[in-house]
Design a protein around this ligand. Structure first.
Ligand SMILES: C[S@@+](CC[C@H](N)C(=O)[O-])C[C@H]1O[C@@H](n2cnc3c(N)ncnc32)[C@H](O)[C@@H]1O
Length: 290
């Protein structure tokens, strides 16, 4: 089987299985099987797959046809130019989360302090926490998650990106693992689970079936973790500290109302490429008593 034949049969099969981008998936799948980039596929269309590669190609094609995430097959996903290992049980980093990362990074870079402390709540693969540490050498990041599998993978990713010495990992609910650190952090950042259980029928099959439930869905109309962040965040943050969160589609107004009730002020928000409000930055009122 040549590269060209593999690409064609994969694209046709995946289209029949109703994948959204069969051609793109076929490219990624064949490139991953060959451990080459996509340019190789179109430069060497007559390249022959080995027997082992053909076998792997067929296995992966069937799985992908069942809408199994390609990232779990490949075992990796890129985030902000770095490769993060992922596996079942660990949320796959999304491009829109780079907005949250950029907002958090902007705040840290704008600080004149010599040492900075941040906590990433619900770290998953560690993509936010690790990227912050890699991009801003003054920061030490605490990464929390309820999932031991996620924390294990995040630790491996930190090792891979040589920043393990500036990261600590703590298992537990929201900010509970750092509740003794009063007024300690400059920044709390989180991409929490935010899809309400009522919205489940609208969630992509691949996400609903294969990504961890606790990473996607949240109680209280998807607001459960935000509520905890707003009430616990003020305790662990310094007076000038900021809270940066990712937002679900159409959630901006509700989350801002919730924040306001808890005494937070919306300082900035960012839209993604689809013009969806994706990220909000909250601070404390300047006249607030400690
Ligand atoms: C949407 S994923 C985000 C993962 C990663 N930060 C990212 O942006 O790709 C949410 C993460 O929060 C974790 N999580 C869910 N509920 C939590 C809670 N109450 N406290 C801490 N982490 C939680 C999940 O296990 C999951 O890893």
């Amino acid at each position: 089987m040549t590269v060209k034949e593999a690409l064609q049969s994969a694209a046709e099969y995946l289209a029949k299985q109703r994948l959204r981008s069969p051609r793109q998936d076929a490219d990624l799948l064949v490139a991953s099987v060959l451990q080459r980039d996509r340019t190789f596929l179109y430069t060497y269309p007559e390249h022959q797959l080995s027997t082992a590669q053909k076998h792997l190609f067929q296995q992966w094609l069937i799985k992908r046809g069942e809408h199994y995430p390609l990232q779990y097959l490949r075992g990796k996903q890129e985030f902000y130019g770095r490769e993060f290992s992922v596996r079942p049980g660990v949320f796959i980093p999304r491009p829109e989360t780079e907005l949250v990362l950029e907002a958090a990074l902007g705040l840290l870079r704008g600080s004149t302090e010599e040492q900075l402390r941040a906590v990433d709540v619900g770290t998953g693969s560690g993509c936010i926490a690790i990227t912050l540490a890699c991009e801003e050498p003054r920061v030490v990041v605490t990464a929390t998650d309820v999932s031991p599998i996620a924390l294990k993978v995040a630790r491996q990713n930190a090792e891979k990106h040589h920043c393990l010495d500036r990261l600590e990992f703590r298992e537990g609910q929201t900010l509970n693992p750092v509740r003794d650190r009063l007024g300690y952090y400059h920044l709390v950042v989180s991409n929490p689970p935010y899809v309400s259980h009522e919205e489940r029928s609208r969630v992509d099959d691949a996400v609903d079936k294969h990504e961890p439930r606790e990473a996607v869905y949240a109680a209280e109309s998807g607001q459960e973790i935000y509520k905890q962040l707003f009430s616990e965040g003020r305790k662990v943050l310094q007076a000038q500290g900021k809270l940066v969160v990712e937002l679900g589609e159409g959630a901006r107004q509700g989350i801002c109302r919730l924040a306001q009730e808890k005494g937070w002020v919306l300082e900035d928000s960012r839209k993604d490429l689809a013009h969806i409000d994706r990220c909000a930055i909250f601070g404390r009122p300047s006249d607030e008593k400690p």
